[in-house]
Design a protein around this ligand. Structure first.
Ligand SMILES: Nc1ncnc2c1ncn2[C@@H]1O[C@H](COP(=O)(O)OP(=O)(O)OP(=O)(O)O)[C@@H](O)[C@H]1O
Length: 711
């Protein structure tokens, strides 16, 4: 047996607790997650005496705004574990938040999660609720960044009146939150019961107006110029449509969090503000007026080795900064390198931190973190052309984790392209009309590309490289090392002799090659964009289904999820999601996973890779009681489900998926069904003990399903 097939339909739904939505009309970046770290003495009094749930603050860097969070949920209930009780006025909600975060920290620190209740052998999930608080919890507050707007409940522009519809009866005096929020001492009045209301009244449009200058778009949203209403200053705003399939609060929060960590670095685009309303997220950033790197080079039509050196130094400096903080960017590519000035290629800054991953120290890592909360560096993400060999390895099931050096590989690819005008590794199939170079998907080209990356073979053709200094070529070769151990890290790059002093002012052929070569990096750029887009859409669509579906939905919508034994394709609900780049890859991944050698990656890089849900699924199967059972191990097993992860499409709790599978089919290498495991959920109960262990939190009950497994 080499592969698993999981079927979803025709089982009763297991209710995973109430879902919680948090509506944050505005969140100040410095405000996020600072709630536990802010000193009492910060002088502020922005909240009106009426007890409004809004606060003002700003920093010297940019307009800062009120952060308000108003809870509502579909079931008229709110849950501290379900959301972000950051700025809603304090008191009870903040206390809930603290309790929740404390629980969450404990859950992360407690290794017992997956190891289970020893007496029963049952998995005992300790992580419940959403990951957003955890994300917020990463923030640190700089006191000097916090400056109060004055006024009693009114925004200084006078447009937004905080607490205008507050009702005294709805509030109660609570503990001081001055220790929690940088918003003034004294007692806050907080909503006794969070109410549904439109929280967009102090939204993005109260502070900015959009212009019609479109700056770019990605898989998640479009980036447009906006202007501060107050100062007229221009910024870039990434608008992510919440209605779209790509919406994920968790991802946005993670990106915001990484931005925050990278605050102040001159070569990383700075996030200045962010908002959420009923329809969109708004990430307000400094505007990079010089545009994406290759576009800039193309438009100028002129590029020198010295300029390439400066750009390289800027990127390396950004990477060093991130890597030193345990963050890998994971999507370093020319479109994510933006030029500050329209007239000069450097300085450049890295943008698009939404794939960045911050690795926790080992002792803080939770066993489920890879599947349930934050992505790990073992999750291959990024654009195909810029993937390091070890990423490709992980992608096709051949290798273990990769680390931050995937970024320095990508920098090597960018450097190569900057110097030559084409990419070092290119995929090519026999069909010249396959459309790959125009950005269309081509399985064979992609396979070829992956093979080339894995082989690590590239050349310095004399025509373009003859004029380039040996030092520059040497740095390229130090970066395009197949083995990450041999590859330069950011420190080594910065210390390399090519970066230590001015390079030659040799005029490079890069602009003309970018324009004229059929397989140019320009095409590569389009192609990688396409793949990224496709894959993220696929991810989001799948994940959204998992998040929102009921079992009856699953029966009608999901149909069958299929892993074919030869790794040739998988599908859900009759939709083809792509082919694996290599035969047997999934089978290999699962086999290695069984033996503990390999964790199936969460893959987001290409439509030709299993969507993460599916790979998580395989992980789930590996972790499930069933996998540890041999064919004659029919019996009843108890599975526990943590609460649903409504809205956060990166959270996938194995038992949920597992419970949703009434049958598992085991495939042979030729895709024939070897065996079929029937799983029949017998009944669902709330597990009181588990509930109690979560301090009586009622909104996210743990469910237990006793499942009959017949093999
Ligand atoms: N601060 C900025 N200033 C100017 N242009 C920007 C800025 N941020 C992003 N852009 C432009 O918008 C494009 C898309 O932005 P970004 O990569 O952040 O979006 P995304 O949806 O996360 O994209 P991806 O699909 O690559 O993840 C960028 O490639 C760039 O051209």
């Amino acid at each position: 047996m080499s592969i698993l097939h999981a079927g979803y339909p025709q089982s009763p739904i297991v209710h995973f607790g109430r879902h919680h939505n948090v509506n944050i009309s505005q969140l100040d970046l410095n405000h996020l997650g600072q709630v536990e770290n802010v000193p009492r003495q910060v002088n502020n009094s922005a909240v009106g005496s009426g007890g409004a749930a809004f606060h003002h603050l700003h920093t010297s860097a940019a307009p800062r705004h009120v952060a308000s969070s108003e809870f509502y949920d579909d079931d008229e209930a709110t849950s501290p574990s379900g959301g972000i009780e950051i700025c809603a006025g304090g008191g009870k909600m903040m206390a809930n938040l603290r309790r929740h975060r404390q629980r969450e920290r404990e859950a992360y620190e407690d290794d017992s999660f997956s190891s289970s209740d020893e007496s029963s052998g049952r998995p005992m999930p300790r992580y419940v609720g959403r990951d957003t608080d955890h994300v917020f919890g990463e923030f640190e507050m700089d006191d000097e960044d916090v400056e109060m707007r004055s006024g009693s409940g009114r925004r200084d522009e006078g447009k937004c009146i905080y607490g205008e519809d507050t009702d005294e009866d709805d509030y109660e005096e609570e503990e001081s939150v001055s220790e929690l929020l940088p918003l003034g001492g004294g007692t806050r009045r907080v909503p006794r019961t969070p109410r549904r209301k439109n929280s967009s009244k102090c939204g993005f449009f109260d502070y900015y107006k959009l212009t019609d200058e479109h700056l770019g778009s990605g898989a998640y949203g479009s980036v447009t110029t906006c202007k501060s209403i107050k100062s007229g200053q221009e910024f870039a705003v990434k608008i992510v449509d919440k209605q779209g399939e790509t919406h994920s609060r968790k991802r946005i929060l993670r990106e915001v969090n990484i931005f925050k960590t990278c605050k102040g670095h001159p070569n990383i685009v700075q996030l200045l503000d962010w908002f959420e309303d009923d329809t969109n997220f708004y990430l307000v950033m400094e505007k990079m007026r010089g545009g994406p790197l290759l576009q800039h080079i193309l438009q100028r039509g002129y590029f020198t080795e010295e300029e390439a050196r400066r750009v390289t130094k800027d990127i390396a400096s950004a990477l060093k900064f991130m890597h030193d903080r345990g963050i890998a960017h994971r999507d370093v590519k020319p479109e994510n390198v933006l030029c500050t000035d329209p007239n000069h290629v450097s300085p450049v800054k890295l943008c698009d931190l939404d794939l960045a991953s911050q690795r926790r120290p080992q002792h803080e890592r939770h066993p489920l973190s890879q599947v349930a909360s934050e992505p790990d560096l073992a999750s291959p993400v990024g654009s195909a052309e810029f993937m390091a060999p070890e990423v490709v390895d992980a992608y096709v099931g051949d290798a273990l984790k990769y680390d931050k050096k995937c970024d320095t590989w990508s920098l090597g690819v960018i450097l190569y392209i900057m110097l030559a005008g084409y990419a070092p590794f290119q995929g090519q199939c026999d069909d010249s009309d396959c459309g790959w170079s125009e950005g269309k998907p081509c399985e064979d080209c992609q396979q070829d590309l992956f093979h080339r990356i894995q082989d690590g073979y590239y050349e310095f053709p004399e025509e373009e490289w003859g004029m380039i200094s040996d030092e520059a070529k040497d740095l390229v070769s130090k970066l395009l090392k197949r083995d990450p151990i041999d590859r330069f890290n950011a420190d080594q790059i910065l210390a390399h002799r090519w970066l230590q002093q001015s390079a030659a002012s040799t005029i490079l052929q890069t602009p003309s090659n970018l324009i004229y070569r059929k397989d140019s990096a320009r095409d590569v750029q389009q192609m990688s964009e396409h793949f990224n887009m496709m894959n993220r859409l696929t991810d989001a669509r799948l994940s959204a289904r998992f998040d929102k579906m009921t079992m009856s939905d699953a029966a009608s919508d999901l149909g069958t999820a299929t892993f074919h034994g030869d790794g040739s394709f998988l599908s859900m609900g009759g939709e083809l999601f792509g082919t694996f780049p290599r035969k047997k890859s999934v089978g290999i991944a699962i086999e290695k996973s069984r033996s503990g050698e390999f964790t199936p990656p969460i893959s987001r890089a290409s439509p030709t890779t299993p969507p993460p849900s599916m790979l998580d699924l395989s992980q789930d199967l590996m972790d499930s009681p069933v996998k540890r059972r041999s064919a004659d191990d029919s019996g009843t097993y108890s599975l526990f489900s943590p609460a649903s992860s409504n809205g956060d499409d990166d959270i996938r709790s194995p038992p949920i998926l597992f419970l949703d599978m009434p049958s598992i089919q085991l495939f042979g290498a030729d895709s024939t069904v070897l065996n079929s495991v029937q799983m029949t959920p017998r009944h669902t109960t709330e597990d009181e003990a588990s509930l109690n262990s979560f301090e009586g939190e009622q909104e996210n009950p743990i469910h237990r399903v006793e499942t009959q497994v017949n093999v």
